[in-house]
Design a binder for this molecule. Structure first.
Ligand SMILES: [Fe+2]
Length: 146
């Protein structure tokens, strides 16, 4: 393997580890979030983020293993205070970061099929950004019903 390829694999692995932390945190928190959200449509939108994260975690963890590293299963703690607007603002930043990471992954992955895989994951993240924006606008429009 030449130096450039080695560096790219290292960078890919770092990106994947960071993405794993983001997606794993979402998986751990979304059942509780969905449980305490009162509005049905907002719950469904949050559920979609959770189920997509499950799929992404599988893809990311499998790729980390195939590239020779052990996935690090760590997640951020659930917020002490339930402030949905703050929680989803934070989620928006996570989705934006995931999009950036997966776009880079799609550019540097060592095979065409992995590039395609991460292009698709990046497309999901674009969709998640829209979903989270939608949730945030619902939260601010119907502030009292949450
Ligand atoms: Fe996402």
């Amino acid at each position: 393997m030449n130096k450039k390829t080695e560096d790219e694999i290292e960078r890919l692995l770092d990106n994947l580890s960071e993405a794993l932390g983001i997606e794993y945190t979402m998986i751990i928190h979304y059942p509780r979030l969905v449980n305490i959200l009162k509005d049905k449509e907002t719950r469904e939108l949050a559920s979609k983020l959770g189920t997509d994260s499950l799929r992404h975690v599988d893809i990311v963890a499998k790729t980390i293993k195939e590239l020779g590293r052990e996935p690090n299963w760590s997640f951020e703690p659930f917020p002490d205070e339930i402030d949905f607007v703050r929680i989803f603002q934070e989620q928006l930043r996570s989705e934006e970061l995931a999009l950036k990471l997966h776009r880079q992954n799609a550019a540097i992955a060592p095979s065409l099929s992995l590039r395609e895989t991460f292009r698709n994951v990046a497309n999901d993240e674009e969709n998640h950004i829209e979903i989270v924006r939608n949730i945030l606008s619902r939260l601010t429009q119907h502030a009292t019903s949450y």
